[in-house]
Write a protein that binds this ligand. Structure first.
Ligand SMILES: [Mn+2]
Length: 326
């Protein structure tokens, strides 16, 4: 890695007719934005396209052009020539339809996760890209396909989401240049920012209030965590998408190197999100628990009680910090 078979991918786009585009469950702006940007471009080229996501489009992303065309179900009886798996380091993250998608004639893996396992027949992988949306941009330029305003909005939202509004270390000159070009195509940054960050239901903030109450600081102030329990979703009438980005709160504390979010998936099962500062590679920490991600943001799923899960994660993080800074 990086691995790029971009010429063969362009050839596949030109020769094939029926495409599936799929991304990981619990999608965020990059998963949906890059899927939709590619889907719109392929449709504009006269191709038949199904855009699939097991969890559908989260409420805050439903403003994205053609978001309604994302299907939560994989239609039966269609034989696809080719499947694009975008922004997905491991195809198991596609969810329950993975066994069916795996059977498609040609699988193309377009991703920027450093932990991508290199699955598929063709790969276009670059961990140096700000977002999968950047790779879609490069692919569309290579075809070449016109970047319409609808496509531009999706690419811009993909980059904005994955860089945390140009906060994180994956904010690159290329990412900003592409964002600039998308603005030239008619994207209005203020409108997108409003849609993404200023249209939250008040219940999301009620959830946040409960979650902030769980804040814990460990390892001499270098590690901070918050916890989201199913019971909190029930009390506030929210679901997991409301907690998207909550790991940024412990991460915003002065002196914190690693921030953690423990989210209860079901009894005895937790999703752990890691966020790092100061060039700590949290994808390595998530990998110790079978997960993955990027240097600065990663995740994994761990079974156990909350105290057990916290203890094992804090141990691994503590050891990593000590090895680095004895
Ligand atoms: Mn991404």
């Amino acid at each position: 890695m990086p691995r790029a078979m971009i010429e063969q991918i362009v050839k596949e786009i030109k020769e094939d007719r029926r495409f599936l585009i799929a991304s990981h469950q619990s999608p965020e702006g990059d998963a949906i934005g890059s899927s939709l940007a590619l889907a719109i471009a392929l449709k504009n080229l006269g191709k038949e396209v199904t855009t699939f996501n097991q969890d559908g489009v989260p409420k805050l992303l439903q403003f994205l052009p053609r978001a309604k065309e994302v299907s939560r179900e994989l239609p039966r009886g269609i034989t696809y020539d080719c499947a694009f798996i975008v922004d997905c380091g491991d195809p198991e993250l596609l969810g329950e339809e993975f066994p069916r998608i795996k059977g498609i004639r040609k699988i193309i893996n377009i991703d920027h996760h450093s932990t991508n396992n290199g699955f598929g027949d063709l790969q276009f992988i670059d961990p140096g890209a700000s977002a999968a949306g950047v790779l879609i941009y490069r692919l569309l330029k290579k075809i070449p396909a016109e970047i319409t305003q609808e496509i531009a909005t999706n690419i811009y939202a993909a980059i904005l989401s994955d860089t945390g509004s140009f906060h994180y270390h994956n904010t690159t000159a290329e990412g900003l240049r592409i964002a600039g070009e998308m603005i030239e195509q008619g994207v209005e940054p203020e409108k997108i920012a409003q849609q993404l960050y200023e249209t939250q239901p008040s219940a999301y903030l009620q959830l946040l209030a409960l979650v902030l109450g769980t804040l814990e600081v460990a390892h001499g102030g270098k590690v901070a965590s918050v916890t989201v329990l199913q019971e909190m979703f029930q009390r506030t009438g929210t679901s997991k998408e409301a907690a998207e980005g909550f790991v940024n709160y412990p991460s915003s504390i002065e002196g914190v190197s690693v921030a953690l979010l423990f989210r209860e998936i079901s009894e005895g099962k937790f999703k752990v999100s890691f966020r790092a500062r100061e060039k700590i590679d949290v994808s390595l920490l998530a990998q110790e628990f079978g997960g993955g991600g990027h240097q600065g943001a990663a995740g994994c799923t761990i079974e156990g009680t909350l105290p057990e899960v916290k203890k094992s994660v804090l141990q691994v993080v503590g050891k990593h910090l000590q090895d680095r800074d004895p």
